[in-house]
Write a protein of this length. Structure first.
Length: 255
């Protein structure tokens, strides 16, 4: 395997630090933080750190290969880019950038239902080399419409989310007044002013929006109405009975 390192950012921690310096705190904390008191976040990372690799010295070794076959496709690494909502808040066109990078490096990119790039846009950019994560809408007709859109965009795998019955309790977001679009409190304005490159790029690009969901939203919602819309849009707890219609409609690979 041919490995080359970025000399400026050789580790994930270097990249994390770079992001912390480049984007406003409310956006960074949204991405970097976990639910509640980050208990699970620490547990997950601690468990990963416990993995030990045992070397076998003085033995013949034919080289290592990270390639993994998943859903009939051989990927170059056994991991991919997980679905993250509101990616465009961290950086304009973040979803598009990540989707293209995933194609280039032959790893899966999973587009979130609540992303800032639409199914169609990502389908076009990746020529269908993407997965789509579906949060189940309360209205079955809208679910079918999203499934049809994913199919028309050439999506490779539909990823069904059934473990988020309600919004997580994220104290940082409450403290930061994070909503869509972000509340313009004095504190947030000061944070934006401290990150001029982010501010200018976001200004040029335009406010991030829920691009896939946009067509189901009434025009010109104010912030309160948008919150209400999002609350009513999703079915929250997903009973098993919602599965068969999805399996019937989506002919492709389902995760
Ligand atoms: C800021 C943030 C936003 C997320 N948004 C979504 C989402 O829209 N859809 C989804 O299925 N999972 C979402 N997730 C969950 C991630 O896809 C992933 O499953 C989770 O972070 C666990 O993986 P990790 O341990 O690598 O962080 C989000 C996670 C974070 C931290």
């Amino acid at each position: 395997m041919d490995l080359s390192y970025n000399t400026n950012y050789p580790s994930i921690e270097d990249l994390r630090e770079r992001a912390r310096r480049r984007i406003p705190r409310f956006a960074f904390e949204y991405l970097d933080g976990g639910c509640n008191e980050d208990v699970n976040l620490y547990k997950n990372t601690a468990e990963l750190r416990e993995v030990e690799l045992l070397p076998y010295y003085l033995k013949q070794h034919s080289g290592s290969d990270l390639k993994t076959e998943l859903f009939g496709h051989v990927y170059d690494a056994p991991f991919g880019i997980a679905p993250v909502g509101l990616q465009g808040l961290m950086w304009p066109n973040a979803s598009e950038i990540l989707a293209k990078a995933a194609v280039k490096h032959n790893i899966p990119f999973v587009l979130s239902t609540v992303s800032t790039a639409s199914i169609e846009r990502i389908g076009e950019l990746t020529e269908g080399r993407f997965w789509f994560q579906l949060y189940h809408p309360a209205d079955n007709a809208l679910r079918d419409d999203m499934i049809d859109r994913a199919e028309a965009a050439g999506c490779e795998v539909l990823v069904l989310l059934c473990d988020v019955p309600t919004f997580g309790y994220r104290p940082r977001e409450i403290r930061n007044g994070l909503s869509m679009p972000p509340k313009m409190t004095l504190r947030n304005i000061l944070q934006i002013m401290g990150k001029p490159e982010w501010a200018i790029r976001t200004l040029i690009h335009g406010q991030p929006e829920f691009a896939t969901l946009k067509k189901y939203m009434p025009n010109d919602l104010n912030m309160k109405q948008l919150g209400l819309f999002m609350n009513q849009f999703f079915s929250k707890r997903m009973p098993e009975s919602k599965m068969p219609p999805i399996r019937d409609r989506w002919k492709g690979k389902l995760y």
